[in-house]
Design a protein around this ligand. Structure first.
Ligand code: NAD
Ligand code: IPM
Ligand code: MN
Length: 359
């Protein structure tokens, strides 16, 4: 059965890491005899915006809805298009309109990478951030009054719904249930944000009753960030609201050496809409155009996409190839964020060759 993948490279290093993601997927497709087709689109990028005055064509929904998955690079070029315009006009629209309410972000210290946390070894950091992805603090409810005057008031509401919170909690508990440690940590701020956050805690407690085997822990977000650094080994599945999950999913990967390796899956678990796979990182304007971005976040996101498409062996083979190339530790192959002096393409090719060689 052919599986159709829409490819949206986006901006900056998105355009540089995407070819390496595709190279790995093509190598995996050859090895496992998968029937994947890729169709590239130039929209959902700031270049498209500059030409058309909008991030997406009017028919974007009908164009994309029939795909089996969306493979995204990174988006944003604040020099020419304000970030809230480019992101609300594309990525955040996909997440909301395709109801990708789970953002699954693994944080794993991979072999061969040195953690900035002293003494940490692979196995010490191995957890998932499950981020609520369609509501919470990322809300368009609010507005500005008395604009431009001394009386200016700016309001943006946090929106949490019982359906929206319960469904992401259920996903996180289900995931914890499949893990050897069966541990779930919830991130809130119930001492200070005294309406939505204590309510989230009650939903965690209610859901927890359905999962007696899962050990539940909760922290206020401030001390939780400290514990990510001090005790990353405490965590197994960490579930959080949209904003807290966003912050934790940069901090976690930073503890694993570089955000350049971190993948993510924006999932619509029911399969009503396509899910979207993209690295955690952004378009990195500071290094864009130099061919030195780490492609592993993009490649690992492709592995998550294959798993989602019912090809777990092919996904696992991509991750195994990433690990083998990292463990080999050749400085000429590794990108500068991994303390090497290699290039995006060189690292991508090494991983694709390894996928093929392992056959
Ligand atoms: P960023 O993730 O783009 O970069 C942060 C830092 O990490 C930079 O120093 C960058 O060089 C480095 N970095 C990121 N990815 C790397 C990689 N693969 N290899 C090596 N180094 C890497 O975050 P930012 O600077 O806050 O944002 C830049 C732009 O990207 C903005 O427009 C922002 O809105 C956008 N953004 C998009 C996404 C997304 O598409 N999902 C995510 C985050 C930020
Ligand atoms: C991410 C990004 C996005 C987010 C931005 C670019 C809107 O940081 O995917 O983590 O906040 O969700
Ligand atoms: Mn982020």
């Amino acid at each position: 059965m052919t599986q159709r993948i829409a490819v949206l490279a986006g901006d900056g290093i998105g355009k540089e890491v995407m070819p390496e993601g595709l190279r790995a997927l093509e190598a995996a497709a050859r090895r496992f005899d998968l029937d994947l087709t890729f169709e590239a689109f130039d929209f959902a990028s700031c270049d498209y915006y500059l030409e058309h005055g909008q991030m997406l064509p009017d028919d974007w929904h009908s164009t994309l809805v029939g795909f089996d998955a969306l493979y995204y690079g990174a988006i944003g070029w604040p020099e020419t298009v304000p970030d809230h315009v480019s992101l609300w006009g594309s990525l955040l629209k996909f997440r909301r309109e395709f109801d990708q309410y789970v953002n699954l972000r693994p944080c794993r210290l991979l072999p061969g990478i040195e953690s900035p946390l002293a003494g940490r070894k692979p196995g010490d950091i191995d957890f998932y951030v499950v981020r609520e992805n369609t509501e919470g603090e990322y809300s368009s409810v609010g507005g500005t009054m008395f604009e431009g005057t001394e009386r200016e008031v700016v309001i943006q509401e946090t929106v949490m719904t019982r359906t929206g919170v319960d469904r992401v909690l259920k996903y996180a508990f289900d995931l914890a249930q499949t893990r050897p440690r069966k541990k779930l940590t919830s991130a809130t701020k119930s001492n200070g944000i005294a309406i939505t956050m204590p309510w989230w805690d009650t939903r965690v407690a209610a859901m927890g009753e359905r999962y007696p085997e899962v050990e539940v822990d909760q922290f206020h977000i401030d001390i939780l960030t400290a514990n990510f650094v001090l005790h990353p080994d405490w965590f197994d599945v960490v579930v959080a609201s949209n904003l807290f999950g966003d912050i934790l999913s940069d901090l976690g990967p930073a503890c694993t050496g570089t955000i350049g390796v971190a993948p993510s899956a924006n999932i619509n678990p029911e399969g009503t809409f396509p899910s979207l796979f993209e690295p955690v990182h952004g378009s990195a304007p500071d290094i864009a155009g130099r061919g030195i971005a780490n492609p592993i976040g993009q490649i690992w996101s492709g592995a998550m996409m294959l798993e989602h498409l019912g090809q777990p062996e092919a996904g696992a083979a991509i991750l195994a190839a990433i690990e083998a190339v990292l463990a080999a530790g050749d400085a000429g192959t590794l990108t500068p964020d991994l303390k090497g002096h290699g290039t995006t393409e060189g690292l991508g090719r090494a991983i694709a060759e390894r996928i093929a060689a392992d056959a």
